[in-house]
Design a protein around this ligand. Sequence first.
Ligand code: AMP
Ligand code: ZN
Length: 113
Amino acid sequence: MECIFCQIVAGKVPSEILYRDEEVIAFRDINPQAPTHVVIIPREHIPSLAHLSEVQSPLIGRMVNVANQLATREGITEGGYRLVINCGEGGGQLVPHLHMHLLGGRKLYDILG
Ligand code: AMP
Ligand code: ZN
């Protein structure tokens, strides 16, 4: 098992886990791009958004729900935040395990325009 996020799910690579349930976990990004930068992933290894089947697609709603909860917990709801899913190399995806970024705590206009 070489996927770094699968290893985080399995507890084999340390991370600051902020949320976990039977389908989704969330942890702080190791290289934060904003004061709050959390990575939300399904426990299941799905390589990217492009590999998500229709049956699996409710997972995205669960991930958004977790992101919203964490945004509130992090105190960034009022100031605003951004959810990002990079897909594939051209989309800026470096880790080939589906994940959503929760970014907030600073103005993000400069990142995606
Ligand atoms: P992406 O470019 O969308 O694939 O984003 C991958 C993200 O995972 C990057 O923001 C990395 O900083 C983050 N990352 C990689 N390895 C780890 C790790 N071991 N713990 C926490 N975040 C990580
Ligand atoms: Zn994986």
